[in-house]
Design a protein around this ligand. Structure first.
Ligand code: GAL
Length: 711
């Protein structure tokens, strides 16, 4: 008896030191690891997304991507410390919406929801704790705490492959940051859930992550049209005038965004219309609808004492205020109910199409401090990390209840929000960094718009406009400047060409979003995810040996100014002041989007377009279904004629997606993939065909013609 007790005691003691992580395969290539006592409130519980189980079940099984025993977890002072293996030549991507760097190896990041302060230090609008390895796996830490990542920086005494100490005085290869073989993660909680996603390559791991989080969002078709956010304090009449001006100028417009001024009070907000500026909002929305234009509303969630709901919601608000307004506990059912009713009564029921949820990210100076308390019991920190997701969730659910899709903007997000119809934006304005954010968005299951606000010159205006057209939301945010697409007459025609091109590309873009939803492929993504791309960047002079110089690699080979848009299109933006740039092409033949001419194969080319063009290329065999240019998205039951472009020499195929474009009926099977094939006959000439419509399935396509771009 005594012996048994001693053994039990010994067992208990040994468990208290270092417990193994319990791994369980949830889907092929998706493992959940549990360590200690994970918290109940997590990023995934806040987002509450349901995995696309049927799709995941069908995926190829893969081995766990590294020996399980190489993952180490222990409790230190009640906090969790996790170490993941990292090998030589392995690169790490992701860890949130970074703006300046794509390679994360060698960085220390403190993942914290915040506005972007100009440094990639982990404080950003979507500090998603998911990283992707160039070796083809991904790791998600499902915790709503502030997490610290040491991405290949710390070197332990017991490192598996320790680097040799060197003499700094005599050895030129001495490095202040020697080789590290681990990603170390510090989680301020007494346990954690970790998910590992393995795939055949990095993109496959990302796809599994997206599918696990419900699949990417599928916006309504109109969400992919053009949107203008008007100046603050606009009146209903000014909104109508602006819509009329778009029509007169022949510029596409699908939705208008109202900025501060539509509410009776803002910062904090009432969520009620200002009766002076908007005496009859229902009539305004109706009038706009007859012109094919929808209305989106800016707001922040902080409640003015003058709001009608202020008293009722007060018990369900946090301990601190923001701009002297109360902070609704968006995790509390009563707070959600009161807000939902206000949104429904005053906005959704009269046809408002969506929201721009502002200020849910930061600044520390005006948001609640970490010690703030919320009635639902979650901490100030957990609220900060998930507030943007909760705001998205609340508004999206109202549209879901009406079987209507929405598409809006938000300034904070996190893991698990992959299927929520929101695009992140911010107040920062570096065009270059906006493109890097677009590249990074594809690593972490979020969408980002490099919005256009104003510009010093017509050239800058055009360059910015061109790249926003190849992004998840084609938007001018003129809340401060009042700038219109045609404000710079010297480039107005070129700007119009790109606004129209955005509309023409809708069948392609919509299909690419459908792939994001159904198979998890991000519509906008980094070049390194493209087959035949990795490692092609020209080596620069200097020590390229990763072992002795791991950090040089992180900087030198980073490709952060060009990206993939959907299956076949490569976009290489030009920035103001530039007339040419280098573009790195993956292996395979590539063709100019505008002319169909061959441009190169697996090499660095110099793009010398004139001012009018943004360099865009298409892969050999690429198929781009396009429609005629128009001012507004087609109605749900309208048929549009297609011109299907083919590029290059190769035969090609494409899955073209179709549904009603506005409802959630696709979730019940009301959608169809139309197969497009381009074939070559014995003489080498190409011809195209599209599969027939399926009885009982949506069919919004009219006549189809093929255009073979490469002559
Ligand atoms: C900012 C937001 C801008 C604009 C502005 C209006 O917080 O980022 O896009 O909406 O508020 O005051």
């Amino acid at each position: 008896m005594q012996k048994i007790l001693i053994i039990l005691l010994l067992l208990l003691c040994s468990q208290a030191k270092a417990q193994p992580i319990q791994w369980k395969e949830q889907y092929p290539g998706v493992w959940k690891g549990t360590f200690g006592q994970p918290e109940k409130y997590t990023l995934l519980s806040a987002a509450d997304s349901k995995p696309r189980a049927a799709t995941l079940e069908q995926l190829q099984s893969t081995d766990f991507p590294f020996p399980k025993m190489e993952v180490h977890a222990e409790l230190i002072d009640g906090k969790t410390y996790v170490r993941m293996p990292l090998t030589k030549n392995e690169q790490i991507y992701g860890l949130g919406l970074n703006f300046q760097t794509v390679h994360q190896r060698g960085k220390i990041l403190n993942l914290h929801v915040d506005h972007y302060g100009g440094k990639d230090n982990g404080r950003t609008h979507a500090p998603v704790p998911f990283y992707v390895s160039s070796k083809g796996y991904g790791v998600l830490v499902n915790s709503a705490q502030y997490l610290t990542y040491y991405v290949g920086t710390g070197v332990r005494k017991d490192a598996k492959e320790p680097a040799e100490p060197k003499d700094r005085n005599t050895d030129k290869s001495w490095n202040s940051r020697p080789y590290s073989d681990a990603v170390e993660i510090y989680i301020p909680a007494a346990g954690v859930e970790i998910y590992v996603f393995a795939g055949i390559n990095p993109l496959d791991a990302i796809k599994r992550y997206n599918l696990f989080c419900g699949g990417g969002t599928l916006p309504p078709r109109w969400g992919l049209g053009f949107t203008q956010r008007v100046q603050k304090l606009y009146t209903a009449q000014e909104v109508l005038n602006e819509a009329a001006q778009f029509e007169e100028h022949g510029f596409p417009l699908d939705f208008i965004g109202l900025e501060p001024g539509w509410q009776s009070r803002a910062y904090p907000c009432t969520f009620e219309w200002d009766k002076g500026r908007f005496p009859d909002p229902a009539a305004l929305i109706k009038k706009l609808a007859t012109k094919g234009i929808r209305l989106n509303l800016w707001t922040n969630p902080y409640i003015s004492p003058e709001a009608g709901i202020s008293k009722a919601i007060e018990p369900y608000t946090g301990s601190h205020t923001v701009w002297n307004g109360t902070v609704p506990d968006l995790n509390h059912p009563e707070a959600k109910k009161i807000l939902a009713k206000q949104f429904m009564d005053a906005q959704l029921n009269i046809g408002v199409s969506g929201y721009k949820m502002d200020e849910v990210d930061g600044y520390d100076y005006y948001l609640w401090p970490d010690m703030a308390k919320f009635p639902s019991g979650i901490s100030g920190i957990q609220m900060r990390q998930t507030y943007g997701v909760l705001a998205q969730k609340l508004t999206d659910s109202l549209y879901r209840n009406q079987n209507k899709r929405t598409y809006g903007l938000v300034r904070a997000s996190n893991a698990g929000a992959n299927n929520l119809p929101y695009v992140i934006y911010n107040d920062y304005y570096s065009h270059q960094d906006f493109i890097t954010a677009l590249v990074n968005s594809g690593f972490c299951g979020v969408l980002w718009t490099p919005e256009v606000r104003g510009s010093k010159t017509g050239q800058e205006w055009l360059r910015r406009f061109q790249s926003v057209v190849f992004s998840p939301m084609a938007m001018i945010n003129a809340w401060s400047s009042g700038t219109k697409p045609w404000s710079f007459p010297e480039v107005a025609d070129q700007v119009k060409y790109y606004a129209q091109l955005r509309m023409e590309l809708m069948p392609y873009l919509y299909s690419e979003f459908a792939k994001y939803h159904f198979d998890g492929t991000p519509p906008f993504r980094a070049m390194v995810l493209e087959e035949g791309f990795q490692g092609q960047a020209k080596a620069v002079a200097g020590n390229q040996d990763l072992e002795t110089n791991p950090y040089l690699e992180a900087v030198n080979r980073e490709v952060k100014d060009q990206y993939m848009c959907g299956e076949y299109i490569l976009v290489a933006p030009l920035f103001a002041g530039e007339s040419s740039r280098k573009v790195l092409l993956p292996k395979g033949n590539w063709y100019d989007f505008y002319t169909g001419k061959y441009v190169g194969n697996g090499e660095e080319i110099v793009a010398n377009p004139d001012m009018d063009r943004i360099p865009v290329y298409v892969k050999d065999g690429g198929i781009i279904p396009m429609m005629g240019s128009r001012l507004h998205t087609p109605l749900p039951n309208e048929k549009v004629d297609l011109t299907i472009r083919h590029y290059g020499e190769k035969e090609g195929n494409y899955q073209l997606y179709d549904d009603d474009g506005v409802s959630f009926d696709y979730e019940k099977g009301s959608y169809v993939w139309r197969r497009v094939l381009v074939k070559k006959d014995e003489k080498g000439s190409l011809s195209g065909e599209m599969s027939k419509p399926q009885p009982g399935k949506p069919n919004t396509f009219g006549r189809v013609q093929f255009e073979f771009m490469t002559k």
